[in-house]
Design a protein around this ligand. Structure first.
Ligand SMILES: Nc1ncnc2c1ncn2[C@@H]1O[C@H](COP(=O)(O)OP(=O)(O)OP(=O)(O)O)[C@@H](O)[C@H]1O
Ligand SMILES: O=C(O)c1ccc[n+]([C@@H]2O[C@H](COP(=O)([O-])O)[C@@H](O)[C@H]2O)c1
Length: 204
């Protein structure tokens, strides 16, 4: 009997916090590419955000679990936050491939991230490990010039002008983040006073 290969999306991000832009991107790619599952993978220590003040991984992981819980096709993985050292996509894809040997992987990125891929660690190897889907994002030109066209697809998605940077600034200023992030994430941010001086620590 031949086994049917699963089609699995991989949505990597710092998710500090996860917002509706991330969720719409994953949902649109899942629909257009007929994906069985989308795995959200919060980064451990993001290599490109060194020196920036990133929230503890457990907070980012738990917000991602809350945001994805209601969608039966969405899951959240700890592979990046449980791996010591800086996070690189080549390691993310290796770990997911080991966990799901019967899956074809589709790595989802926004327009801002995709133009950097050629600079990512082991970039030539990445093209063999997953198909890349680059989605539109307000404020960024979607350009895949210089990337191998057979390994990258472009997808226009509903424009949500939301960024984690803006959500953090709003929370810090006491402004609402309702409807920018899922309700449970609004409540999580308030409960742990995230993005404020007095943020509550969680055990890692
Ligand atoms: N509004 C959006 N529309 C489409 N893609 C998005 C959007 N926001 C983020 N993405 C994509 O989601 C992935 C993870 O993004 P990330 O967690 O860094 O969020 P961010 O909003 O860009 O954060 P920050 O503002 O802190 O840089 C990246 O590939 C990014 O391009
Ligand atoms: O592998 C790399 O060199 C690399 C460099 C920068 C970003 N990435 C990945 O790109 C995804 C989005 O990252 P970010 O920092 O925009 O949230 C996330 O999965 C990162 O691990 C990967």
């Amino acid at each position: 009997m031949t086994s049917v290969r699963q089609r699995v999306g991989v949505m990597g991000g710092t998710f500090d916090p996860i917002h509706h832009g991330h969720l719409v991107a994953a949902s649109e790619v899942a629909a257009r590419f007929d994906l069985d599952e989308v795995v959200f993978v919060p980064t451990g220590q993001p290599s490109f955000k060194q020196g920036q003040d990133v929230s503890p991984a457990e907070h980012r992981y738990l917000m991602t679990v809350i945001a994805t819980a209601s969608n039966p096709r969405f899951t959240t993985s700890r592979v990046d936050i449980d791996r010591p050292g800086l996070t690189y996509t080549v390691d993310t894809l290796r770990d997911l491939r080991d966990q799901r040997p019967d899956a074809d992987l589709f790595f989802i990125t926004g327009a801002d991230a995709v133009e950097q891929i050629a600079t990512w660690k082991n970039a030539p190897e990445l093209w063999e490990m997953a198909h890349f889907v680059a989605v539109t994002r307000p404020g960024h030109v979607l350009s895949v010039a210089g990337l191998p066209s057979e390994h990258v697809s472009l997808l226009e998605i509903p424009a949500l002008s939301i960024s984690s940077t803006d959500c953090r600034a709003r929370a810090r200023a006491g402004d609402p983040v309702w409807y920018l992030v899922p309700d449970g994430v609004v409540q999580y941010i308030a409960k742990y006073r995230l993005y404020r001086e007095s943020a509550v620590k969680v055990a890692s």
